[in-house]
Design a binder for this molecule. Structure first.
Ligand SMILES: *Cc1c(COP(=O)(O)O)cnc(C)c1O
Length: 422
């Protein structure tokens, strides 16, 4: 499927008059249409809720859009909890799916009344020691081990993942939690990342529904929800077809009716914790070509770097690039598109076929809305960019300012003998 940016060159030329490149830009219309489609796809389940994975895009303006659909937040750290609270999410709308969790984070999650999702059997006692009791509603994360396979092959390797409990541990945890006063239980699993197939959620759901029927029967615990977590992917490359969330919702409904309803468990709520699927395609990194270099290869140097979008540098991830204004020109040149970090992996694209790029051209780096800005860092003293929201009326709103040297040096402010001139 041809990838078309949600902005034009003319729009970007207007935006840069106020906000210089590089910047992350989000498409409010796209975000809202997708959120609505997610809600509709699971409307058959009256308790359905998406808990947006905050780590994918921890911006309060984005969280507030999610709130309009009665979605919640999936948090896994202290500051993510603070963000959720500040945006007005109550405990019922906060899922705390953490791992290797520090005591103070459990304490704060409990203070907010968040739903706590335990990553390990030992966390039952750890939580009880930390907060003095076991909450009435509690969730446990499951890891079946082995590999997770769909019809197109092995999708991921849960047996190698640090997350979740074995089946035996899960049963032990449920019995123990019940003894300690828990009344309502949830099961969570995240078994494959960025799955670009409509099969993932239904297959996962079938596995979890079968499991909770067994848990219910053997432990007598009341199962309140099944949390399908994240992993619903997006097509980063143009050759892939996007997931159809309606088909996914329908697939989950089928197995729900096949497994849970006959087991008398037709009241179980379906939860999701999607991040990438909710935001990925609706964000782009806009950057300007500032250099061209001809050595053993052809390089285009841009004003963004891996500090703004780390995925290509750390995973070799493909992010499609459109040269704005040259959407229909033939891709007759082969470039490496580089950032300025003193790291050779700082390349947004390697051997990429693109139209001829001139200095001053604006490049739109696609699918940066999730795990994009959020993974940013300050290596080489690079400053994180602004985030902008392209609103439904086509006006642009600054939703996070760019960092300044003041921000970068702020952690030295308490030292009397260090003064950095800014
Ligand atoms: C990262 C994460 C998610 C979101 O994953 P996506 O692939 O972005 O949908 C959901 N739940 C947990 C616990 C996570 O760590």
């Amino acid at each position: 499927m041809k990838k078309i940016p949600f902005v034009t060159k003319e729009q970007v030329e207007e935006i840069v008059k106020t906000y210089p490149t590089p910047f992350h830009l989000y498409d409010e219309k796209g975000i809202r249409e997708n959120a609505k489609a997610v809600k509709e796809a699971f409307a058959w389940n009256s308790g359905f809720r998406e808990y947006f994975a905050v780590k994918a895009n921890p911006n309060p303006y984005i969280l507030k859009i999610m709130k309009d659909y009665d979605f919640g937040c999936d948090c896994s750290s202290y500051t993510e909890l603070m963000l959720a609270k500040s945006c007005g999410f109550d405990g019922e709308h906060i899922m705390f799916s953490s791992n290797d969790t520090p005591a103070e984070e459990f304490a704060y999650a409990n203070e907010l009344g968040a739903i706590i999702n335990l990553d390990d059997l030992t966390h039952v006692d750890f939580l009880e020691e930390t907060i003095g009791h076991i909450p009435e509603t509690i969730s446990c994360r499951y890891n079946p081990g082995g590999v997770f396979e769909l019809s197109n092959g092995i999708m991921d390797n849960p047996g190698d993942a640090k997350y979740g409990m074995t089946k035996e541990q899960l049963f032990t945890a449920f019995r123990l939690l019940k003894e300690k006063g828990a009344k309502k239980f949830g099961v969570h699993a995240f078994l494959a990342s960025n799955t670009v197939t409509n099969e993932y959620y239904p297959k996962l759901a079938k596995q979890l529904f079968t499991l909770v029927a067994e848990l219910h029967e053997q432990t007598g615990c009341e199962i309140a929800f099944v949390n399908l977590s994240g992993g619903v992917g997006i097509p980063y490359t143009p050759d892939k077809e996007p997931n159809d969330i309606r088909a996914i919702g329908e697939g989950v409904r089928k197995v729900y009716e096949e497994v849970l309803v006959p087991a008398g468990l037709g009241g179980i709520k379906i939860y999701a914790e999607m991040g990438r699927f909710m935001l990925g395609p609706y964000g782009g990194l806009v950057t300007k070509a500032i250099h061209e270099k001809h050595t053993y290869k052809e390089y285009i140097g841009v004003d963004a770097c891996a500090a703004n979008l780390m995925r290509p540098a750390i995973y070799g991830a493909y992010h499609h690039i459109t040269v704005l204004g040259k959407e229909d020109e033939p891709c007759e040149y082969t470039y490496d598109v580089t950032g300025s970090l003193c790291e050779n992996c700082d390349k947004f694209a390697v051997n990429r076929r693109l139209p001829k790029i001139e200095k001053g051209d604006y490049l739109f780096i696609h699918d940066a809305g999730a795990h994009g800005f959020a993974m940013g860092y300050n290596y080489n003293g690079k400053l994180r960019s602004a985030e902008l929201l392209l609103q439904e009326d086509n006006s642009v709103k600054l939703i996070r300012r760019a960092e300044t040297p003041q921000d970068y040096f702020a952690t030295f402010d308490c030292f009397e003998d260090i003064k950095i001139e800014r």
